[in-house]
Design a protein around this ligand. Structure first.
Ligand code: UD1
Ligand code: MG
Length: 489
């Protein structure tokens, strides 16, 4: 159901000076997404008549982030404060009766909380309803000054607090619901009475309250929903909370997480029941784990799709790759983008794969590079095998059939094909295709020379001997005669 009288305004034009960054504040990431994207996503289920994002700093990049979420944008250039940002939104708001206003830098707010805020506003027939939070350390935030238990008199910014007001620990989250016909006249009376010469939206609250309008406050049940991100420390705090919530959701769905505080999981990640995440694992992007997977300590998976019962041993990196049921990789394997490991395939230590398919039950267990390779079922790739897929200009394919045996330390110079059931002799440099069931051998032929080593040793020993007496005569004799003399006396 759409809320036809409700519009949403997200204030996202600011620079974020306190972050000391070249990137606009709302584009900074926490919990695996840009701040403003979290806000837009939290708003979407409200099905408002329209959602307007106020853009300014790095407007193009901010637009690129919010555009896929069916929002409009309005440009605030230059930025003269949150009150000014609301004035910019006015034309786009049209005939909406209510506006839910949110800052683009408070990403922890949840849809349920926003719905409750609008419901409180409607039920109280208020001019404004503020989402507030009670914080142990309210410093940096505007404080809520109440005139009665239910009604608000003003929001006072940190820089304008009196000594008494400094004790107040109920903060303004900057998330409000306004009845627009009450907001506009109040905002028109607001003056830029602060050191930044900005129009503060917060000042409209005192104007409304002074006129006798109803200004309500709803305290967030989880105070973290009110947290904004003005500094890097704020970003770290908010990221911490997002990660904690995501891990809790996975554990709730039947995933074991060892030392959870060390595990980082992005918001779109899913994991099947009885999967186990060991300490210091990162599951990023759109990674999907089947049931009963085990991800070893220190492994980082980004956009990986794992079937059931997949084991990733410690310290693997897996990007944009698919691992079917029962696959085992690592420890210390690196899967660069574009791989498909079919059921029960094995990839061992110090193996690097890129854009390669490994057939069912096939193995590449040690010290190998497979790039642009297609490998059939039950094939064994020996230790130290390298596909030479790059000729300095192009990437070339290597195609290896089923039940092939590639001997250790082979170089397969692509493009090349190894037929089903073929062998490649260890140490070969294969430059021509090997037919099915054939042997490809491409290395210097071995020759054994019986007795060569002992003969060589004898020669060496003789030459050493011939040098020794000469040395002794020269340096040794006078010393030994002197010693004897000393002993006699
Ligand atoms: C604001 C509130 C403060 C509240 C805090 C909660 C004001 C004056 N103060 O302070 O009471 O406790 O949020 O986090 O509103 N923006 C624009 N255009 C502008 C200025 C800002 O779009 O001209 C956007 C920013 O990009 C940001 C949001 O408005 O997303 C809030 O601005 P910010 O500078 O973060 O305000 P705070 O100092 O945090
Ligand atoms: Mg802020």
């Amino acid at each position: 159901m759409t809320a036809n009288d409700l519009a949403i305004v997200i204030l996202a034009a600011g620079k974020g000076t306190r972050l000391k960054s070249r990137l606009a504040k709302v584009l900074h990431c926490a919990g695996g997404r840009p701040l403003v994207e979290h806000v837009v996503r939290a708003c979407a289920p409200l099905k408002a008549k329209k959602t307007i994002v106020i853009i300014g700093h790095q407007a193009e990049q901010v637009t690129a982030v919010v555009e896929p979420h069916e929002v409009e944008t309005a440009l605030q250039q230059p930025q003269h404060g949150t009150g000014h940002a609301m004035q910019i939104a006015k034309r786009a708001l049209g005939h909406a009766k209510l506006a839910l206003v949110l800052p683009g830098d408070a990403p922890l707010v949840r849809t349920e909380t926003l719905k409750a805020l609008v419901a409180t506003h409607r039920a109280g027939n208020a001019a404004a309803t503020i989402l507030t939070a009670v914080l142990a350390d309210p410093s940096g935030y505007g404080r809520v000054v109440r005139q009665s238990e239910s009604n608000v008199a003003a929001i006072v910014e940190e820089s304008q607090l009196t000594e008494e007001q400094r004790e107040l620990n109920e903060i303004n989250s900057s998330i409000y619901c306004f009845t627009l016909e009450k907001l506009w006249p109040a905002l028109a009376q607001v003056k830029p009475n602060n050191k930044h010469r900005e129009l503060y939206l917060t000042d409209a609250i005192a104007v409304m309250a002074a006129k006798g309008e109803t200004v309500l406050a709803r305290v967030a049940e989880d105070s973290r929903e009110g947290l904004g991100c003005n500094t890097r420390a704020d970003l770290a705090d908010v990221d911490h909370t997002f990660r904690e919530w995501k891990r809790a959701a996975l554990m709730n769905d039947g995933v074991t997480i060892q030392l959870p505080e060390t595990v980082v999981v992005d918001p779109d990640v899913t994991a099947g029941q009885d999967s186990i995440l060991e300490p210091c694992v990162q599951l990023l992007g759109k990674t999907k784990l089947g049931a009963r997977c085990r991800i070893g300590t220190g492994s980082v998976l980004n956009n990986a799709t794992l079937g059931d019962d997949v084991v990733v041993e410690p310290h693997c990196m897996i990007a944009d790759s698919r691992l079917d049921a029962g696959v085992k990789v690592g420890p210390f394997a690196r899967l660069r983008p574009g791989n498909h490991l079919k059921a029960r395939a094995r990839v061992g230590n110090f193996v690097e794969l890129k854009n390669s398919a490994v057939g069912e039950g096939a193995k590449a267990m040690h010290l190998t590079y497979l790039g642009d390779a297609r490998i059939g079922a039950k094939t064994n790739i020996g230790a130290g095998t390298i596909t030479c897929n790059y000729d300095g200009f192009h990437k070339n394919p290597t195609t290896i059939g089923n039940k092939v045996f590639i001997g250790s330390n082979s170089a397969l110079v692509a493009p090349v094909r190894i037929g089903d059931g073929a062998y490649v002799a260890a140490g070969s440099t294969i430059t021509q295709s090997v037919p099915a069931d054939g042997l490809g051998i491409a290395r210097g032929r071995q020759e054994n020379k019986p007795g060569w080593a002992s003969k060589k040793r004898r020669e060496l020993a003789r030459s050493e001997e011939s040098k020794k007496p000469a040395r002794r005569r020269k340096r040794g004799k006078p010393r030994s005669s002197k010693k004897k003399k000393t002993r006699r006396h």
